[in-house]
Write a protein that binds this ligand. Sequence first.
Ligand code: S3P
Length: 451
Amino acid sequence: MAQQVIAPARSISGGIAIPGDKSISHRLAIFASLAEGPSEIRNYSPAADCRSTLECLRRLGVAVQSGEKGRRRKDPAQDPGNTPRVEIQGTGLHGWRKPRRTLDAENSGTSIRLLTGALAGQSFPSKITGDASLRGRPMGRVIEPLTQMGAHIHAHEGGFAPLEITGAPLHGIDYTLPVASAQVKSAVLLAGLFAEGATAVTEPVRTRDHTEIALAEFGASVRRTGNRIEVAGGPRLEGRQMIVPGDLSSAVFFMAAASILPDSKLRLLGVGLNPSRSAVLDFLVQMGASIRVTELAVESGELGGVVEVTSGRTVALRGGKIAGADVPRMIDELPALAAMGTYTEQGVEIRDARELRVKESDRIAVLAENLRRLGASVEEFEDGLRVAGRAETHGAGLRGAEVDPRGDHRLAMALAVAALGARGETRIRGAECVAVSYPSFFQDLNSVAQR
Ligand code: S3P
C-alpha cells in the first residue's frame, strides 16, 4: 500500500472498536517486565510502535508472548478473549539482562525515552537507537535529568540517538520539566524506581498521567501533589492482569470525520477517556460538534466509555483556537483538528505548539504544505498554524490532490479525514505509515464511510 486513494464520502455511519491505546500499552509492557511474576495485557495496541517496545524488552531477556487469538471483535470490552493479548514474565526490578544487540525503538519516541529512563539505572551498558525520523528528534530532554540522577549517557552530537547508556547507581532528584512532556516525566519516574531515595517531577502543565496510574496499579508508591509527582525508589512491582482502553488519539480521526460530514451517526466503542487526554472532546463540543459519552467505566485504573458522534443535515461547526495549557492536553489530536479547519465557519488556529515541529515529522510545516495542496488557506506560524474557515474562503471547500505525509502516521490519517469532504479523489503517498499507530485505519475508515 504505497499509495492510498481516498474517495469523498457523503456521511459516516456505523460502529468501530478502537484499538488499544499506544501510550498505555508501552507503559504496561515495561512495568510488567519489571514486575515479579506473570502479567497479562489484553487489548494491547497493534501499533508498530508498541511492537518496538516488546522487541526491545525481548532483547533485554524478558519473556514476551504476543498474539491475537482470532479476529478483533467489534467490542473488545465485551470480548476480551479475542483481542491482541500480550503475556509477559516479569523479571523483577533487577532482572533485565545485558542486550547482545543494539535496541531498536524504530519510529517510537515513547519507546526510546521511557526505556532510556529504565536503562539508566541498570548495572550493564546498552545502546538504543531508532529510524531516521527518531534519530532526528531531541533526546537532550531526557539525558539532562537522567545525568543529574547519576546516569552516564552518550548521545550523537547535538543530543540525538543512538544513545549509549552505561549503567550507574542513581539517586533521586527533584526535577522541574522545562517542556511539558509525558515522555520525559515518565523517563525520570522510571529511573526513579532504580534510584536511591525519592524522585520527584514537577510539570509546568499537566500531561497524560498513564505512568502514574500504571505504576500504582503494579504496586509502586506514587504520590501526586498538584503538578508534582513523587515515586519511591526500589519498589516491589507485582505482575497483574491489565486491560488497555481504546486509543482516544486514534478515535479522534473518526470523531472529526463524523463531525465534518452531514447526516453522520457513529459509535466508537471502548474509548479511553482519561481526563488528562480528553480535552479534545470539550474542544469539539465547543466547536459545535454533537458528542455523547455513555457506558463510562474504570478498568485497570483508566476511564473508558462509548463515544457517539452525530451530525445534522447541515454541518455548522464554529471553529476555534487551541493555545496554552490545552496544547499538551491535545498534542496528538492537533493534526485531526487542523484538518477540520476548512469545514468550520471561523477556521481552526493552533498556537504555543512548537512541540509539533519535533514530532514524527515537522507537523506544522507538513500539515500546512499538504492542506494547501488540498486547497486550504493556511497561515503558518513558528508555533502553530491557522486553517481558514468558510467565512474567509467563501465556502470554496477542498479539492482532491496528491498529498505526502512524509511517513508521519497521524498526518496520513488527518489528511484522509480532510479528503473525505473534498471534491474528487485524494492520493496519500506512503500511506502504510499509519501502521505506526493504527494498522487497520483505512479498513476501519472504509467500513464507516458512506459513499
Ligand atoms: C506520549 C507523550 C507525548 C505524545 C506522544 C506519546 C507518551 O509526547 O505526543 O505521542 O506516551 O507519553 P511528548 O512527551 O513528547 O509530549
